[in-house]
Design a protein around this ligand. Structure first.
Ligand code: HEC
Ligand code: HEC
Length: 428
């Protein structure tokens, strides 16, 4: 069961850290000096040891959320040493370990209490600057609609309202909507709530208006406590075959008097998530639990996935430099692969399927690199969607998946995987 709000080590508020640092300055200072002397005497040994620890911890955290705190500890420790020993200002170190420094910096952003989204700027600034893109359209805040969309039992009425709106909207302004059950994750406020209503509200690129993908969590039949989350991803297409994706979560508050308020989740102090660890391609296609989209709405499902595919390559408005996270699944060289899986491997159907990075790379759909989500990757491979347009036996699919993961996270000294090779700067 996947959680959107993963359990995490508490993040350190920056100010508390300063006070703490000042109090312990002398003691820590001596320890730090010793450690920094060691790192600068033997940078290779230090980086190699830390990269091994990091990649192993990342793999464990990929496998289970329970291993997340241990991963965060390793990450915090590395970030701490880089900072204490000024490694990011050391020219020799930078020229030798640029990939490592940039990766750790990018992956470490979400560890800061004011960077829960993992973007280059603080969450507050991100939401202030992207406000015009990610607001929920006024007509979806209608009180009756909000009440109806919140429960499975009344979803039909919510849809009637949307159909009514469509009757008076032009052909280019039609809302596309359908309900489905997610095979991937619950809502941030309720790990076991999988029902959704997705509404795609078309924008107008010439007027600078993005398409808005507005997704309501829908309370399961018969449940008393209602689901709060409403998520928005907006897609602002650019001329050069790319688009910018912007993110925001909202929470509904069900008041005693029956009214429903909607405010930003982050603004309500309910935390936030690193959206791009899953949304590598900006918008994610919808791959619902089989049989949960009605026959009447199948067309809408096809239509939204087609729309997503028409957007081109995702960018994140300059708020993330996704290339710093390196290459993704399947981007090993033929020699690496032969060394790892033997020379006969190349001719197997499994090897032929391990070509994800031909489409999932930074120029196209976004590299499938760490941090990434197991449920999503596994479901696309073993569920039969990926690699795109190819068919395989189920047993092959299991093997495709496990080989991809092994190849990405391997830490063998003489045969490092994709992530370790990148971090040690041995990638081409
Ligand atoms: C753990 C992985 C994960 C994280 C983190 C995540 N999402 Fe998603 N999101 C998904 C998946 C998977 C889908 C596709 C529907 C499904 O399978 O549930 C999706 C779909 C959506 C949709 C419907 C439009 C689309 O892209 O298909 C919206 C809107 C959305 N997410 C918003 C957000 C926002 C905002 C954040 C960050 C605050 C976020 N998501 C973080 C996994 C994630
Ligand atoms: C020929 C191009 C191509 C190849 C090769 C390919 N994919 Fe995809 N992938 C796509 C397209 C197109 C989509 C969007 C699918 C849709 O619209 O339903 C997608 C969607 C996905 C998604 C969900 C969106 C996202 O970015 O997270 C995942 C996960 C995924 N692919 C994983 C893989 C894996 C793993 C492999 C290798 C085993 C692979 N793909 C190989 C084209 C490709």
């Amino acid at each position: 069961m996947q959680k959107r709000n993963r359990p995490a080590l508490s993040r350190v508020p920056f100010q508390a850290c300063l006070i703490f640092a000042a109090l312990l300055f002398c003691e820590i200072g001596a320890q730090a000096a010793a450690r920094c002397a060691q790192v600068s005497a033997q940078p290779d040994a230090w980086v190699t040891a830390r990269v091994n620890a990091f990649v192993r911890a990342a793999r464990n955290a990929f496998e289970t959320d329970k291993a997340l705190p241990a991963y965060e500890k390793v990450l915090d420790e590395i970030t701490g040493t880089i900072h204490q020993c000024n490694l990011a200002e050391d020219h020799n170190f930078i020229s030798r370990y640029r990939n490592f420094l940039e990766f750790i910096e990018a992956a470490g952003l979400e560890r800061r209490s004011d960077h829960e989204l993992g973007f280059l700027v603080p969450d507050k600034q991100y939401f202030a600057e992207t406000r015009q893109f990610v607001g929920i359209p006024e007509f979806l805040l209608d009180p009756t609609f909000l009440r109806n969309v919140s429960r499975y039992e009344t979803l039909g009425r919510a849809k009637s309202y949307l159909r009514q709106l469509n009757a008076s909207r032009g052909p280019d302004e039609q809302l596309t909507f359908f309900s489905y059950k997610s095979r991937h994750l619950g809502t941030p406020d309720n790990d076991s709530s999988y029902r959704r209503l997705l509404i795609v509200v078309p924008g107008n690129a010439e007027k600078g208006l993005p398409d808005k993908w507005v997704q309501f969590g829908v309370t399961d039949p018969g449940k008393r406590v209602r689901v709060r989350n409403v998520s928005v991803v907006s897609a602002m297409t650019a001329a050069n075959g790319t688009f910018n994706a912007y993110f925001k979560d909202f929470y509904r508050t069900y008041r005693r008097d029956g009214s429903i308020a909607i405010e930003g989740r982050w603004e309500l102090g309910e935390g936030d998530d690193n959206c791009t660890m899953c949304h590598k391609s900006g918008i994610l296609p919808i791959f619902p639990v089989r049989g949960t989209v009605s026959a009447a709405e199948q067309q809408a499902l096809l239509k939204v996935n087609e729309r997503f595919r028409s957007y081109g390559s995702a960018r994140f408005g300059g708020y993330l430099d996704e290339r710093k996270l390196g290459p993704g699944l399947s981007s090993a060289s033929p020699e690496d692969r032969q060394r790892r899986f033997g020379s006969a491997f190349e001719k197997t159907p499994v090897a032929k399927a391990m070509v994800c990075s031909s489409c999932h790379n930074s120029e196209r759909l976004g590299a499938l690199n760490w941090p990434m989500d197991k449920i999503l990757i596994k479901s696309y491979v073993t569920g039969g969607q990926m690699p795109f347009g190819q068919s395989f036996r189920d047993s092959d699919r299991q093997q495709i998946y496990s080989s991809l993961i092994e190849e990405y996270f391997a830490t063998d000294k003489h045969n490092p995987g994709v992530l370790k090779s990148w971090l040690l700067g041995q990638a081409q």
